[in-house]
Design a protein around this ligand. Sequence first.
Ligand SMILES: Cc1ncc(COP(=O)(O)O)c(C=O)c1O
Length: 412
Amino acid sequence: MRVPSIEVTGKAKSSGAKDVFEKCRQFTRPTDLQAAGLYMYFEVFGDRDGCQAGEVRLGKRNILMFGSNDYLDLITHPKVKEAAAQAIRKYGSGCSGSRLLNGTLDLHIKLEAELAAFTHKQAAVIFGTGFQANYATLSALTEKGDVMICDHNLHASLVEGALRSPARTVRFRHNDLDHFDRCLRNCMPNEKLLVVSEGVFSMEGDIADLPGILRLAKPWGARVYVDEAHGIGVLGATGAGAAEHLGVLDEIDIVMGTFSKSLASVGGFIAGERAVVEYLKHTARPFVFSASLPAASTAAVAAALHIMRTEPERRHRLLRIASLLREELRARGFQVLPGETAIVPVVIQEEVDLCRLCKALLEEGIYINPVLRPAAAQNLLRISCTAAHTEKQVDRLVTTLTKTARLLGIQA
Ligand SMILES: Cc1ncc(COP(=O)(O)O)c(C=O)c1O
């Protein structure tokens, strides 16, 4: 069988016709994939009434969810939901304006102070999404003559921010300190440097060598920016992320976090030196020219942050579950990437196999995200664990995955 290309996010080829919409009509990849039974996007989930922890509703079925980044299982926590509901009752459904003008609430100011303290920084600022936080900050902070030295595997929001910036961008091989050192040495003495890494890499789930990065970068006067989207809530003595876990949180110049994962809401933040935060608040265009985070989302984050800090057992349970899953999958011959976070990526070489596997698992009642090149260096079944998962659910996942892969003739 000839299988259509599985990449659906790329640009469609222009047909040359004189209508900008023409390329959209020529964009048949999603329908080609649907026809081949390989389309895996935009599954529609319903409410969670009657779902157990770790489950979501898909049509009439309860599905075991191993694709969510709700790492601490707080999205449905009664205190988080109540905080959001109460905020809606008190403040209404939105802010109808930019933070700069009419859109700042006392809830924003309070949460920013808490996030600054949480990440050991002088100040913090909240954005509408994590994507916006990265994009806005990298593009606003750097100028012509600066150099951004970026890990090769950065999230699209960081890549887009770097592309939007007038600074020169240099990419070092993923987590490769020798190459990073060479990149630093190749910069001109007059160039100002910003090093950008993720704390926990979003697709591979591995942890950046932040102590190594700091050791090499600081003698050059470089500033270090770390995206802790997948580290916060998962790693560190207080859940502040990979930098805290590695004992270098105080040395990181800028910490970025998102609210869409462990913090059970939507939005993002940047924390750092007060002057930097003030600069961003007045110059970062996606911040200045966009409405502020609604009260309900802000209050949900504050409640989730409180639970995260007072219930460290959630983080410990999550890490135990992820470690058990890694062990069980390896014991059955699956190629699991090394790591110690909530993300358990299994290499499936062929993209067609990966898509067929995800479809078949869904038939069996288990949802897992497929990650296709070039979103990661290799095609991955990206399993994400949460504090909701039980040993029994891990057992069901491992048994079903082993059986399904064998039935489809997929090499573990
Ligand atoms: C590493 C990383 N940074 C930033 C983001 C963007 O976060 P948000 O979903 O809040 O826009 C994500 C989301 O997937 C991510 O994985």
